[in-house]
Design a protein around this ligand. Structure first.
Ligand code: SF4
Ligand code: SF4
Length: 319
């Protein structure tokens, strides 16, 4: 099913959309200061320690890259044989108090997908059942990560021999578990490094050195996923992002959510624009009137609110 996103209600400038794009643009560079270093050939190492405390991308732990997100901190803590109370608590607090607003307004990967979706300016959607099934994939990825890494942490503290064997079997994955699953790391840290080495050595075969080969393959897989997001907005967020899978478990119960006013909304048959423009394919009109999060899938982009011709979508009271 395809829907043109040009179903604007005629009430002037799309202020929310413009504000969100500006914030996404600024966040893109704040979160990925490595990009600024790359573009401007600058060294921000003096402020690196400050940036590393931001719970976004920058971590000294990563062997493949300098990137890390909150979820990566969770996994690195598990690998160290500790329970990641702090980072799980942070994810929980973010989800509870802000829902998935980071995904909608700040995540650089989300921003790129939004820009790409603007090329086709249509919202293709999978059938309800396919969408439901695909939305489980990111959760499956997350569970696999936990299942593989919890024994590693256990062996680390309790059985050095098994730890050594198991970490060897997991290879690079044991060192940087989220790396291959982190779209951001590949686009904003790893691949610029590879490009830099191509430029420095004036040799395209840098893409295929033993060190870079797997990274290059993963990069092209992500490029294909980006291609999907031109026609299926937020394809990666909806179906594949492990951070999305984690935060959605909490944001289902978020204090920050939207609601639909039954007195203003004529329903799906007479209108249904909100669902047509929702990039996360939330079934807004099947949700309760007190507040909805689309089972934690709503990224609070507010497209539905901005496009609703009857001003029927508002923020819900937190309690
Ligand atoms: S919430 Fe708004 S856009 Fe959605 S069906 Fe109701 S009136 Fe239409
Ligand atoms: S329900 Fe509304 S705010 Fe939430 S993702 Fe969909 S369009 Fe955005």
């Amino acid at each position: 099913m395809s829907t043109s996103l040009s179903t604007e209600k005629s009430k002037g400038l799309p202020v929310i959309k413009i504000s969100r794009t500006v914030i996404q643009f600024l966040s893109f560079f704040l979160v990925n200061y490595a990009i600024l270093e790359f573009i401007f050939k600058t060294d921000f190492s003096a402020i690196q320690d400050f940036l590393r405390v931001l719970p976004f991308l920058h971590s000294a732990d990563s062997a493949w890259t300098a990137g890390a997100g909150l979820l990566e901190y969770v996994f690195h803590t598990i690998i160290d044989g500790k329970v990641p109370y702090l980072f799980l608590g942070l994810i929980g607090a973010f989800g509870l108090f802000t829902g998935r607003i980071f995904c909608g307004w700040m995540c650089p990967t989300g921003f790129i997908q939004d820009l790409l979706a603007g090329i086709a300016n249509e919202n293709n959607r999978f059938s309800l059942n396919t969408d439901r099934a695909l939305k489980k994939v990111k959760g499956f990825v997350l569970v696999v990560l936990f299942v593989l890494l919890i024994p590693l942490g256990y062996y680390y503290t309790n059985n050095p021999k098994n730890y050594s064997d198991y970490s060897k079997a997991l290879g690079l994955f044991a060192i940087n578990p989220v790396g291959p699953f982190s779209f951001s790391e590949f686009f904003f840290v790893t691949f610029p490094d590879i490009i830099q080495s191509i430029v420095d050595n004036a040799a395209v075969d840098q893409l295929f050195t033993p060190e870079n080969r797997v990274r290059t393959i993963i990069f092209f897989v992500y490029l294909i996923i980006l291609g999907f997001s031109i026609y299926y907005p937020r394809f990666y967020c909806k179906y594949l992002c492990p951070y999305g899978a984690a935060i959605k478990q909490v944001s289902k119960y978020s204090f920050l959510k939207l609601k639909r006013l039954p007195t203003r909304c004529p329903g799906r048959k007479e209108c249904g624009i909100c669902e047509q423009v929702c990039p996360m394919q939330v079934r807004i009109l099947d949700e309760g009137f007190d507040g909805f999060t689309g089972n934690g899938e709503c990224i609070l982009c507010l497209e539905c609110m901005e496009h609703c011709p009857h001003d029927a979508i508002k923020f819900a009271k937190p309690f």
